[in-house]
Design a protein around this ligand. Sequence first.
Ligand code: GCB
Length: 592
Amino acid sequence: MLKPRNTATRELVNLDGLWRFAVDTPAVPEPWRSVLHGATEAAVPSSYNDLFVDPEIRDHVGWVWYQRTVRIPRGWAGGRVVVRVDAATHAGKVYAGDRLVAEHQGGYTPFDADITEHVVAGEEFRLTIGVSNELTNVTIPPGTVTMTQDGRRSQKYLHDFYNYAGLARSVWLYSVPETRITDITVVTDVDGATGTVDYSVETSADAAVHVRLRDETGAVVATGDGADGRLRVENAVLWQPGAAYLYRLEAELLEGDDLLDSYPLDIGIRTVKVRGTEFLINGKPFYFTGFGKHEDSPVRGKGHDDAYLVHDFQLLDWIGANSFRTSHYPYAEEVLEFADRHGIVVVDETAAVGLNLAVTGGLTGVGAKPTFSPETFGDETQAAHAQHIRELVARDKNHPSVVMWCLANEPASHEDGARKYFEPLVSLARSLDPTRPVTYSVVMFATYRNDKIADLFDVLSLNRYYGWYLDNGDLASAEQKLEAELRGWAEQFDKPLIMSEYGADAMTGVRSVWDVPWTEDYQQSFLAMYHRVFDRIDAVTGEHVWNFADFATGPGIHRVDGNRKGVFTRDRKPKSAAHELRTRWKRFADRN
Ligand code: GCB
C-alpha cells in the first residue's frame, strides 16, 4: 500500500481543514445525499470527541458524518482519481455524491476509494465520510455496546485509553496513471562493505520497470531493470539507530521512452536478527531504551499533529531514548517516516489490545468467561485480526525504523484457546514478512509457568507492574518478585526479554521522602528498582517505560483525569523520573 505522493506522474491534494460534521440521527437516514443537516464543523485531522463541549457528541456511540466539497483539478482527466483516508476510527464509509465508493473496518490503517467513475475533472463533488466508533467482539480492538438503564447506548472496552474516534489523520485526493506502480517491497541485507537491496515492483499492467538508487547527495549508486531484482551498493552507509541514513529508490514504469509512472521510496539498508537472547541490528547487539507511547494530546485526542511529533522526538532525544513501541495500535505513517529519518527504532504494534477477559476479573487472572471461544473471541475476531496484520505489514514493511512486529498487547496467553488463536496469526505475520522478528506484550497473569504461546515468538516483551498493581508501595517485595520472575523466563526460554511496560502513576507536585504511591518520588524509585533488576539479568535486552506521557482514558477509580504513568505530563513537561531515565540512558548511548 503506497503512500500517496506527488511525483512526475501523480498529483496530490491535501483535504485537511474544517469539514461539516454531524452525529448520525434516525431523523436523517441517508445524510450523504445532501448537505449535512444541522451540521457544525470539525477539524481534520483530529479525534472529534474533545473538540465539542456537548457530551452527546463526545459520548455518542455509532456513526458520525464528515462532509466537504472538493474540486477535482482541471488537468486530471485521463488517470484514476482516488480518495485516501489515512485513518477512520474504527470504521469508515466514503461517498462521492450519492454513491458509496469504499468501506473499511479498522481504525488505524489507511484505505482508498477510487472515485474516477463518479467525478469530472475541473468540477466539484460532495465528499461525505461516515465514521463509526463502535467496537464489538469481532472488531480489533474489541469492545461491547451495552444499554444504560435510561436507554442510552454505551461503549465498553477492555483497553486503558479513551476510545477516541473520527478522522484522526489526513485525507487526500490524488491522481494515479491508468498503468501504474501498485506496490513496492524492499528487503535489504549486508555483505561485508556491500549493501544489497532486493526490490519487487508490482504494477497494474505489464510494462517495463526501471529502478535507480540514489544516496543522500543525490548520486546514483545502483540501477536495475525488471520488476524484481537485486541492487548492490558498494561501501553502503547503513541505517543505524541514532544515525539514520536513507537511500532513495526511484521506481519507473516505462513504455519505450514514455514514462508511465514513477514512485520514490526512501529506504534504509540494515539488518535485524535475533540470536539467542540478543537482538541484533546490523549484526550488533541492540538494547532498547524508551517508552510505550500513545497518540494522545489535549483537544486533538488521537489526531496526528506534526508539532507534537517534532516535540516528542525532541524529548526522546533529550532523555536518551533510542526506541518506542506503537502501543496499542499502528501510528500515523508520518511518525514512522520521521523515525526513519531520525534513527529512532520502532516496535510496530497492531491494534489488538484487550483480547483478555481475565482483565475484567481484577487481579485474579480468571475472567467470568474464557477469552477465546466461539461466543467470546472466536474465528471472526481472529479473521479481523489477520486482516489487520495484513494491512499493517502492507503499510509499514519498507520502514527501516520498524524492527519488529508486536502482534497483540496483553492477550490472555495463559488461557486455553490462546494457542489455537495465535498460531495461525504468527505464521501469517512470518509469511508476510520473513525478515522481522515477532513479539507480543505479555500480561502479568501469563508467567513463564502457564503462558501457552511464548515459544511461537522470537522476542518476549513483558508488561510488569510489581510495586504498582502488586505490592503497591512495597518496592522491596516488588524487587524480589520481579527478579524471580525474570529469572524464570530467562531460564525457560533462550530469547531476548524486553520489559515492554513498567511504570507507576505520579501526579506532578505530589512529593514524599517515603515510598508513597502517586508521588513523583515513588515513580522515580520504582523505575530505579526495575533498573537494578534489569542490570542483574543478561537476557534483558530492553526497557520501555510505561508511558512516555500522561494520556486520556475512560473514567475509572484508579484514573485521575487519565492515566498518570507518563514520565512527561500530557502537555510534555518532565516529571522527576525523567531525570532518572536521562542519567541512565545517556550512559547507555555508547552501548548501542
Ligand atoms: C497495561 C496496559 C496499558 C495500561 C497499563 C496501566 O498493562 O498494557 O495499556 O495503560 O497497563 O497503566 O494500567
